[in-house]
Design a protein around this ligand. Structure first.
Ligand code: ARG
Length: 718
């Protein structure tokens, strides 16, 4: 193939013929290329109705929720629907034993009841734009050493131009490992109030046991509202703010679903790695995934022990616990499915084909062997990197103490920079309350002991910081276990980070010596500095090669398969995926239906297991069959359903939309048999788990009694 420019290449890749319906997280400005197929599957709208920058379109109702989830606007007063697990930390933060909305639920009956959430934000995409030509041109020929600085400067300029004379925010993001670049302009709202949540026995029904699995019976939804100032513009919280009047909101359909019905999911998928090489899969399966799971086991075990002792501790720790548990199970599942689906072998096969194709092409011939070589060095340090994140920083006191290093740096500077000191102090003062809320002295001391012991046992000795030997000597005991227990006990006895009052006092009159001599700070600094000096240069060098060669690999794959449509990996940008309601067979002789019901909730009920409690009010409604207009044809309530849409984390809370553009559910999870999906899409198994809108409406109306919210939405009766 003739040498062509990257931007042009990216462009032609998207115009050529069709691919499988289900796979792919498509950029909404390029949907024209998928349109014929979407129509064939049942879409009744035009692509302009999905995405348009000149007129209101569906994208104006899709809201990036707190930078990590998706939500959708469902009324002309800025009412938002998202998952319960996306609202979880806000819901937990409003809960205390005397007013426990996490366990009991909450239904605002008027605007005045709605609860303010400091630090929460919601962003609506104003527009996106392909800036590949400009970026590639500006970066062409730039020396590798100067590339990052040049990029930062260029992006700043582009972002500034895009937001001039507005309150918008903008960012430039890389696609296909730097083969293409897009600009995203957002309107960011910061007054977001909690409107409604079911009790967690509904919103998190099934707990960690059912998490990442089908069949599922979770009412995973919660409601918030965007507030704006009187001019309908973003503004910080104020009692004078009013509900935001959106350009567009979603209507709701109560037509019951059939297998094969068209569905699309519109949202902000976080991260996939679909172009990962076999080498990367080997490192994940053999090293980093199992280490992450083992290290998280410790935190979960110790926190759980304390949470089970007291309700107030449980409420304080539950959000952190849920977060860690979610991806603990994710890594177990990903490893299991990568093996079961033989993804390593699959990737090896395609790499073999690539190498054959690339043999006489100088640009591509050595791409894969270069990546393979880079992994040889990286594999010596990959575990250490995982340990920094999941061990050193994950010991609460360590991670927290390290957040003081910017302050230390500013105070240490020869010419003390008051502005920098004050900036660091402001940040630290802002973080104090949040940290001590979920800091548990008993659990966290045990966690520090166990985690550092694991570091000692599992990280090659020649990579340990010098501090490790001192630690061992100072705390010398009969067994390694006791040594690390002694170490942790000493840290917790002497560190001022253990007591909130001491930290508050310190922040009002910071003393560099005190900080530098603090045992928690000493500990974390020594591990962290060892990492940045001795390990990070290796992992950074690896990342540079892996990204650059990975980019060539993708470009080569595109040339090699010139008639195939490629979609970029998820990167927290707005995407649309389309497909159908679809059942599946998880293994021989078993078939899973495409939906679950309230009857199934009752079947799973277990009064002795908190993960499977059913609130008595729900049991009553079930027994009386008091389902209002939300019952299905069997006089039951549909709770959840599955589709073959292609989603990942970040899509949580995303609207599931029918061919008429109406809301039929919220995506909230993936299924066990396809946990390798972020790396490899398997159309036989990959499903999206959605909470059915009938269950959501039934909950709001019959369980929560919030007819005010029902009346606010536009529900199209079937
Ligand atoms: N697995 C879901 C996701 O990542 C989150 C489910 C939350 N529930 C739970 N039991 N942790 O989107």
């Amino acid at each position: 193939m003739k040498k062509i420019t990257l931007a042009f290449l990216a462009f032609c890749l998207i115009i050529v013929n069709s691919t499988k319906a289900d796979e792919g997280m498509w950029l909404p400005i390029l949907l024209k290329n998928n349109f014929a197929e979407m129509q064939r599957l049942g879409l009744k709208l035009t692509t302009e109705q999905l995405y348009d920058i000149n007129n209101a379109s569906m994208k104006d109702a899709i809201v990036w929720f707190n930078g990590g989830c998706t939500s959708e606007i469902v009324s002309d007063k800025g009412l938002l629907l998202t998952n319960h697990h996306c609202g979880y930390s806000a819901i937990a933060a409003h809960s205390k034993p005397s007013d426990n909305i996490l366990d009991n639920g909450f239904w605002a009956k008027s605007l005045a009841d709605e609860k303010e959430n400091p630090n929460m934000f919601a962003s609506i995409l104003v527009r996106m734009e392909d800036v590949s030509y400009r970026v590639n041109k500006a970066l062409a020929g730039v020396d590798a050493k100067e590339l990052e600085a040049k990029k930062t400067e260029l992006f700043k300029t582009i972002q500034k131009e895009a937001t001039e004379k507005t309150t918008y925010e903008a960012s430039v993001k890389s696609f296909f490992k730097d083969n293409a670049w897009y600009l995203f302009v957002f309107e960011k709202f910061t007054d977001i109030r909690l409107v409604a949540t079911p009790p967690q026995s509904i919103g998190k029904f099934g707990g960690d046991t059912d998490n990442w699995m089908w069949p599922r019976h979770t009412g995973d939804f919660s409601m918030f509202r965007i507030y704006a100032n009187k001019d309908n513009n973003p503004a910080p919280y104020s009692k004078d703010n009013v509900p935001y009047h959106p350009k567009k909101f979603l209507n709701i359909s109560t037509k019951s679903l059939q297998e094969g019905d068209f569905t699309m999911v519109y949202g902000f998928p976080g991260r996939t790695n679909r172009y990962e090489t076999s080498f990367g899969i080997q490192t994940a399966v053999d090293k980093t995934n199992p280490a992450t799971v083992d290290l998280r086991d410790i935190r979960l075990r110790e926190w759980k022990e304390e949470m089970d002792k007291s309700d107030s501790v449980r409420l304080l720790l539950s959000s952190r616990y849920a977060q860690i548990a979610n991806y603990w199970k994710y890594y177990i599942g990903q490893t299991e499915q990568l093996k079961r689906l033989k993804v390593f072998e699959e990737k090896q096969n395609s790499e073999k084909k690539f190498n054959e194709w690339a043999k006489n092409k100088p640009e591509y011939a050595s791409v894969l062997s270069t990546i393979e070589n880079a992994y040889v060095d990286y594999n010596k340090y990959a575990l250490h990197r995982t340990y920094v994140n999941e061990c050193i920083m994950a010991s609460s006191i360590g991670g927290y103490a390290l957040s003081f290093q910017d302050l230390a740096k500013a105070m240490k500077a020869e010419k003390q920079d008051t502005a920098e000191i004050n900036k660091a102090l402001r940040k630290l003062k802002g973080d104090v309350n949040a940290f001590y809320k979920s800091f548990n002295v008993i659990a966290d001391q045990k966690i520090l002991a166990s985690l550092t012991e694991m570091f000692y046992n599992n990280i090659p000795k020649d990579q340990h910081p010098a501090y490790m030997a001192e630690l061992m000597k100072k705390n010398n005991a009969k067994t390694t276990k006791e040594t690390f227990e002694k170490f942790a006990a000493n840290v917790f006895k002497k560190s001022f980070f253990v007591h909130k009052e001491d930290v508050v006092k310190f922040l009002s009159k910071p003393d560099l010596k005190q900080l530098q001599n603090d045992p928690a700070y000493l500990f974390v600094k020594s591990f962290y500095d060892n990492y940045t000096t001795n390990i990070k240069p290796h992992t950074d060098a690896f990342n540079l090669i892996n990204n650059a060669e990975g980019g060539k690999y993708i470009k080569g794959l595109m040339e090699m398969n010139a008639d195939k449509k490629f979609y970029p990996d998820a990167n927290s940008t707005l995407r649309l995926t389309y497909g159908q309601v679809q059942s599946y067979s998880p293994k021989d002789a078993i078939n899973y239906k495409y939906y679950t019901t309230l009857t199934g909730v009752m079947e799973k009920e277990d009064a002795k297991n908190p993960e499977f409690n059913v609130p008595s009010k729900l049991k009553e409604l079930y027994q009386k069959k008091d389902f209002g207009p939300y019952a299905n044809k069997d006089n039951d309530i549909t709770v959840a359903f599955i589709t073959n849409n292609d989603i990942t984390g970040g899509n949580s809370g995303s609207p599931v939309i029918n061919g008429n553009g109406e809301l039929i559910g919220l995506a909230f999870d993936g299924n066990w048999e396809a946990m390798s999906g972020d790396i490899y899409y398997d159309s036989k198994y990959k499903r999206t788990i959605c909470v059915d809108i009938h269950y959501v409406l039934f909950m709001i109306d019959k369980f929560g009694g919030a007819s005010n919210l029902i009346n606010e939405m536009n529900i199209i009766k079937n």
